[in-house]
Design a binder for this molecule. Structure first.
Ligand code: ATP
Length: 268
C-alpha cells in the first residue's frame, strides 16, 4: 500500500505542491488527473524522492520520506515508467529491456515477451525503428522485468495517436491483471477511468477531489471541477450517492492551513 498525506514540494524556492493526499491499496490503481501544471508529475517525483518535499509518504506501512530514491525503489519494489519513456534509442529492444538489470540480463526477457508477445520478433531491432506504441511496450516490459510490486507511470499515452493510446491502455490492463499496484499520471479523465479504481484530481498542487472511478456521477463531477475556473461545479454537483465517494482534501485533512514558506526537511 502506498499512502501519501499532506505532501508539499518545491523546485528551488518555488512551491509546486501544497497539499496532496491519496491512498493506493495493494493491487489497486490510482490515477492522478488534472490540467497542465496541476502537479501530477511533481507528485510522482516527490513519492520517489526526486524533489524536495515535506509530508508523509508511506510504502507498505513504512515512512520513506527520509529515504533516498534508490532505497525507496529497491526496498519496496518500485518500477518507474517516465514521461517520454526513457529508452536508449540506439540500443536494441533486448538491450533496453535488460539495461541496468543484472538479474534480467542473466535470466532473459521471457517475462516481458510473455506479457507482450509482439516484442518477440523485434528483440534484435533498434528501439528507434519501433513505433511509439511499440516503444511504450518496451518501456512497460522493462518495468515488468524488475519484478516490481509498484509501477509508477507518467503519462504513458503522451504524444501518441488515439489508436496507439488504445493499444497502450490494453497493455496497461494486461499489467493490472498481473496484480501490480499502479500509480498512473494521466491527463485524460476518460482514459484514467478506463483503468483506475480511483481518480485523484489535482488542482494547483493540491488534491481537489478523490473519487471512485466506477461511479459515473462522481467522475462527471470531477471532470466539471477539473475544468471549472473556481474548482466548483454547481451545474453537475454530486448526487447524494456520489457524494459518499467524492471527498475533498479539506474534508479528509480537517482543513489544514497551507504553508507559505519552503520547507527545510526535504528528502532530497
Ligand atoms: P503536465 O501535464 O503539464 O506535465 P503536471 O500536472 O504534471 O503537468 P507538474 O509538471 O508537476 O504538473 O508541474 C507542477 C508545477 O511545478 C507547475 O507550475 C510547473 O511549472 C512547476 N514545475 C515543474 N517542473 C519544474 C522544474 N523543473 N522547475 C521549476 N518548476 C517546475
Amino acid at each position: 500500500m502506498l499512502e501519501v498525506e499532506h505532501l508539499r514540494a518545491w523546485y528551488g524556492h518555488t512551491q509546486a505542491l501544497f497539499d496532496v493526499s491519496f491512498s493506493l491499496p495493494t493491487g489497486g490503481c490510482v490515477a492522478l488527473v488534472g490540467t497542465n501544471g496541476a502537479g501530477k508529475t511533481t507528485t510522482l517525483r516527490a513519492v520517489l524522492g526526486l524533489v524536495r518535499s515535506q509530508g508523509s509518504v508511506r510504502i507498505d506501512g513504512q515512512e520513506v520520506s527520509g529515504k533516498q530514491t534508490h532505497r525507496r525503489i529497491q526496498d519496496h519494489g518500485v518500477a518507474v515508467v517516465h514521461e517520454g519513456r526513457g529508452l536508449l534509442k540506439d540500443l536494441t529492444v533486448r538491450e533496453n529491456l535488460v539495461v541496468g538489470n543484472k538479474a534480467a540480463a542473466r535470466s532473459g526477457v521471457s517475462a516481458a515477451v510473455d506479457l507482450f508477445p509482439a516484442l518477440k520478433d523485434r528483440l534484435s531491432e533498434r528501439v528507434s525503428n519501433l513505433s511509439g506504441g511499440q516503444q511504450q511496450m518496451v518501456a512497460l516490459g522493462r518495468a515488468v522485468l524488475r519484478q516490481p510490486q509498484y509501477v509508477l507511470l507518467d503519462e504513458p499515452s503522451l504524444g501518441l495517436a488515439p489508436s496507439v493510446v488504445d493499444e497502450i491502455y490494453r497493455y496497461l490492463a494486461v499489467l493490472r491483471e498481473t496484480g501490480l499496484t499502479m500509480l498512473l499520471v494521466e491527463q485524460s479523465v476518460p482514459r484514467a477511468t478506463s483503468i483506475a479504481d480511483r481518480l485523484c484530481l489535482l488542482r494547483t498542487g493540491a488534491t481537489a477531489l478523490d473519487v471512485d472511478a466506477s461511479d459515473p456521477a462522481a467522475v462527471e463531477h470531477l471532470m466539471a471541477t477539473a475544468f471549472s475556473a473556481e474548482g466548483a461545479a454547481p451545474a453537475t454537483a454530486p448526487t447524494a450517492a456520489s457524494a459518499t465517494t467524492a471527498t475533498t482534501t479539506a474534508q479528509r485533512s480537517g482543513a489544514q492551513p497551507l504553508p507559505t514558506a519552503p520547507g527545510t526537511d526535504g528528502s532530497s
